[in-house]
Design a protein around this ligand. Sequence first.
Ligand SMILES: [Zn+2]
Length: 94
Amino acid sequence: MGKYKLDMHIHSVSSGHAYSTITENARYAAQIGMEAIGITDHAPMMPGSCGHIHFLNLKVLPEYIEGVRVYKGIELNITDSAGRVVKSISKGIF
Ligand SMILES: [Zn+2]
C-alpha cells in the first residue's frame, strides 16, 4: 500500500506536456494503493493543451476507472492583459 490515498492534481496527455492517458493514470494509482485521483488538465489557453470540448465531455467518463475514484477538474489559467498565462489554479468540475 502506498503512502498517499489521493492526488488531486494529475495531468493526462491532454495537457500537452504529460504522457499518460486518464486510464493509465487510474491504473497506476490502483497499483500503488491510491483511492482517488483528480484529473486537472490545463485549460485551453495553456500552449499545447486541449480545447474546451475536452472538459465539457469529461462527464462521459465513469466515476471509477480501474477501481479508483476519478474526479474531473481543470487547471485554470490567470492571464495578464496580453493574454499570457501568469498563474494556474486547479479547480474541480464534478
Ligand atoms: Zn502542467
